[in-house]
Design a protein around this ligand. Structure first.
Ligand SMILES: C[S@@+](CC[C@H](N)C(=O)[O-])C[C@H]1O[C@@H](n2cnc3c(N)ncnc32)[C@H](O)[C@@H]1O
Length: 528
């Protein structure tokens, strides 16, 4: 925070002031990234996407579309007084645009002589290109035209703002986006979600009684949407690697009175349980390997166990005995009885909130292969579809590629965990084809038993066709064929739906006839 900084003096003429106090930011990208996206989308479409990303998306509620546009705000300072202004950081501004107040850590600069209760114009300082080729934030930046986000009343004087570490600095009274606040409105009754997230849960098409894995679940928006679609019957395992975020999932599930959700802290990259027979699992390029493991070491889903063999499971004779090597009968491996008992206790106690006691969350050791009917991988990503975004220059081609690598590793886990005949839904909130279409390409090329399934509802547009080759020819990225592009859905922020940028692919897992017998064990009809 630069306490000595003072924003530039007010614009000289009323016309210049009117021009300056508008909201029309230009999103900046790293040049190579800009080239890459221009190649994927075409220059004009990418310019429109870029413009849309800097704006707040429309809200959809119960079929009602709240279409919002920034409106011009007349900043009326007292006659004969210079404009009093507060400059905030980009992150702070992105929150303010979504309805937050200006908090002290977000204030970068403040006009001199600002007292508590003064009306101030609030503008944002965004990274500008620096001479060394990097980016710099300049609170004195003279041309802060089009970076005005509203006005408010200061909660303390200028010296207070730079002395006190926390708290509200400016209570916003006028915003360029007039968004209704839903804070604490109908708590537990409604949970606001963007349209593509709701669509992703529906595309998964979870059925009551099924066992679902939500690999990256926090804060639980899609998890709870899935639970509602399942009428709270069945089991949803919701994972996140962050303890506090798992708490958020459990809190949301409790608020919404959803009992079929079990949330665990687990790194999704380790979500396939390491059993001693891991060598059978193989690199799942071949489905047969994975299925052999299931046949020998199946962990039926809890609801299905409930349907028929609950008490029998407590009998030690039902403990799964796994021969890892036929030539060495002594070398038997047992799935821990303690784990089994713990699972049974959990079944008796009921799922959901019981997982959360005294602010602690359960860790999970992972899950057995082929043990889920459906898997949702709402992957951590570059988030280049989230709006409003005021700067995108921090992403490089290398950082985008590293997101893609991470997602592929997670997808590999999803493939191992889903059962034959099951479904995987992969989604991201980024416009980056490297994390979307290129992931689909990777999946279809690597796993021949996967195919793209048709999606319902389908309201997004098609995927991107073709490939990208970096001019140095060291890097090529393959996207989709024309046919495949029609099966995925892409939410383009610049389209008339006016949503965040989002991508959804649905994969159907082929049923392999030669292993049908394996699935009887998991079939609820068979168990009951
Ligand atoms: C896109 S958000 C998920 C949003 C969520 N599905 C929803 O609808 O509310 C991605 C989540 O992945 C989690 N995450 C990132 N890396 C992870 C990992 N290796 N294992 C598990 N969770 C991870 C992050 O903590 C974050 O909460």
């Amino acid at each position: 925070m630069d306490s000595s900084a003072s924003p530039a003096a007010a614009a000289a003429t009323p016309a210049a002031a009117a021009d300056r106090y508008t909201y029309s930011p230009r999103l900046r990208w790293q040049p190579q990234v800009e080239e890459y996206f221009a190649a994927a989308y075409g220059r004009d479409r990418f310019a429109r996407i870029s413009e849309a990303l800097a704006m707040v998306e429309s809200k959809h509620m119960k079929g009602v579309l709240w279409c919002i546009r920034p409106h011009a705000l007349h900043y009326d300072s007292q006659p004969d007084q210079s404009i009093k202004e507060v400059i905030v950081s980009r992150k702070c501004a992105e929150s303010v645009l979504r309805g937050a107040q200006v908090y002290i850590p977000g204030v970068l600069a403040c006009s001199s002589h600002v007292e508590k209760g003064d009306k101030v114009a609030v503008s944002v300082a965004i990274e500008q290109p620096a001479e060394d080729g990097g980016w710099t934030v300049d609170t004195h930046y003279e041309e802060r035209k089009g970076l005005y986000i509203g006005q408010g009343i200061t909660a303390m004087s200028r010296s207070g703002i730079f002395r006190v570490p926390h708290g509200v600095a400016v209570e916003m009274t006028e915003r360029v986006y007039k968004l209704p606040s839903f804070n604490d409105v109908l708590e537990g009754e409604i949970f606001l979600q963007n349209l593509p997230s709701v669509v992703a849960a529906r595309v998964l098409d979870p059925q009551p009684g099924e066992r679902i894995l939500d690999m990256c679940a926090a804060p639980g928006g899609k998890t709870t949407a899935i639970a509602i679609l399942m009428k709270d019957q069945g089991e949803i395992i919701a994972l996140d690697r962050s303890h506090n975020k798992v708490m958020d999932i459990l809190k949301l599930a409790a608020e919404m009175d959803l009992n079929c959700i079990k949330a665990y802290k687990l790194d999704a990259l380790k979500s396939v349980r390491k059993t001693n027979d891991a060598k059978y699992i193989g690199e799942a390029g071949s489905r047969t390997d994975a299925i052999v493991t299931l046949a020998e070491n199946s962990e039926p889903c809890i609801n299905k166990v409930d349907a028929g063999i609950t008490n029998a499971s407590e009998d030690s004779s039902t403990t799964s005995v796994v021969h890892t090597d036929n030539k060495r009968p002594d070398d038997k491996r047992y799935v821990s009885k303690a784990d089994l008992r713990k699972n049974l206790r959990r079944m008796r106690n009921g799922p959901g909130r019981n997982n959360c006691s005294g602010g602690r969350v359960e860790n999970s050791k992972g899950f057995l292969p082929n043990s889920f009917d459906r898997v949702l991988l709402d992957a951590p990503c570059s988030a280049l579809g989230l709006r409003p975004r005021l700067f995108a220059g921090e992403e490089t081609l290398e950082s985008l590629r590293s997101h893609a690598t991470y997602q592929r590793r997670m997808f590999d886990q999803a493939v191992k965990l889903v059962r034959s005949g099951g479904v995987i839904v992969y989604s991201t909130c980024t416009i980056n084809p490297g994390e979307n279409e290129a992931l689909v390409r990777y999946a279809l090329d690597k796993y021949k038993f996967l195919s793209l399934g048709s999606q319902h509802p389908k309201i997004g547009g098609p995927g991107i066709v073709g490939s990208f080759e970096l001019s140095t020819k060291k890097y090529t990225e393959e996207w989709l064929t024309e046919h495949e592009s029609q099966l995925v859905q892409r939410f383009d922020p610049s389209s008339s739906l006016d949503t965040i940028g989002f991508f959804i692919a649905k994969f159907d897992v082929q049923i392999l006839a030669s292993h049908c017998a394996t699935w009887h064990y998991q079939d609820p009809d068979y168990l009951s």
